[in-house]
Design a binder for this molecule. Structure first.
Ligand code: NCD
Length: 327
């Protein structure tokens, strides 16, 4: 099977065939999720622990539902009430959890690299649910599935990612995935919201929406991530909306059948016009949420199969050692 990983820490370590394997399996789970009986037993007997050190609504709910639909025992750790607040380090928390024999650990953390570090300390599969400004691999995969289902392909497309690129792990994972799948990526936004070293990404950069959106197939809007800003990155929200907010007038510069995406949560009237976000002829935002559950089911299923085969090879001896660090 062309998916050999035991962790999903980012899009960077995946190759084209691994991305396609996840998306193909996710497509099957989309169908399961549309049935009345949505149960499978792929993760039956396995324990999934969700550790969210940052607020999350849809990603946490999506991972929880994905695990439950596959029959795992799912536990959500209340990280606000955890021993981290009593001074325990991330590593001590991880080691304590590890001793409870989880099989899948889903982690969101405000620091880039924290999830990778944790994966080196535990004996189970780790999925990155967003680490700082680094990566958010399941978001990029669910976006890819949404694009593939809407456009019928995932190559040769022109994609504009717009807004607060500098603070966005969603942008980073999408730039990597769309590049690997041979699409053209444009970044559109004010220079203050572009990350340093943007030249290395192999993308085109625009600070004007009309030019940036010209003839694109996909317009992906990003939230203005105020919580990650420590200074005046934009003059005012009103001014920002005027120049960079997506409305139907700006969208006329894209292809007539261009789709509009947003990972959520949305700031209506800041980065996107509320009516456009709800326009079922242009916006695929609800489909993105639907694909999210299916992609997380596929990713956890594939990772758990690899974890099982590693454990079987070691006759269970390596059950408590940090094996499977192949990323
Ligand atoms: C994104 C995140 O947390 O990185 N949201 C999400 O996962 N749905 C984007 C954001 O917070 O703006």
């Amino acid at each position: 099977m062309p998916f050999s990983k035991t962790h999903l820490l980012g899009i960077e370590p995946l190759d084209q065939s691994e991305i396609i394997t996840v998306l193909d399996l996710a497509n099957e789970y989309v169908e399961l999720n549309q049935r009345e009986m949505k149960h499978s037993d792929r993760l039956s007997g396995l324990t999934q622990v969700n550790m969210f050190f940052e607020n999350s609504t849809r990603t946490q709910a999506s991972f929880e539902l994905a695990g439950k639909r596959l029959g795992a025992d799912v536990m959500n750790m209340a990280m606000q009430a955890s021993s981290i607040n009593k001074g325990e380090t991330l590593i001590d928390t991880a080691l304590a959890l590890n001793a409870m024999h989880p099989d899948l650990l889903v982690v969101r953390h405000p620091h880039s690299g924290a999830v990778d570090l944790l994966a080196q300390k535990v004996a189970c599969t780790v999925l990155n649910a967003g680490d700082g400004r680094h990566e958010h691999p399941t978001q990029a995969l669910l976006d890819a599935l949404t694009i593939r289902r809407s456009k019928g392909r995932l190559h040769g497309l022109s994609v504009a990612i717009c807004g607060d690129i500098a603070h966005s792990r969603v942008a980073r994972s999408n730039i990597i995935l769309l590049g690997k799948m041979e699409n053209r990526v444009r970044l559109v936004g004010p220079p203050t919201l572009m990350p340093a070293g943007i030249g290395e990404f192999g993308v085109e950069v625009f600070d004007n929406m009309e030019e940036g959106l010209a003839n694109v197939d996909i317009v992906m809007m990003l939230r203005l991530q105020r919580e990650r800003m420590d200074g005046g990155f934009i003059p005012s929200e009103r001014e920002y909306y005027h120049r960079y907010g997506l409305d139907s007038a700006k969208l006329t510069h894209a292809k007539p059948d261009a789709i509009v995406m947003h990972p959520g949560p949305m700031n209506r009237g800041v980065e996107i016009d509320g009516e456009l976000a709800d326009d079922i002829n242009r916006s695929v935002i609800p489909e993105q949420v639907e694909m999210g559950v299916a992609v997380r089911m596929a990713a956890m299923d594939l990772l758990a199969r690899n974890l099982k085969s590693i454990r079987n090879c070691g006759n269970g001896k390596n059950r408590n050692t940090p094996e499977g660090t192949a990323q």
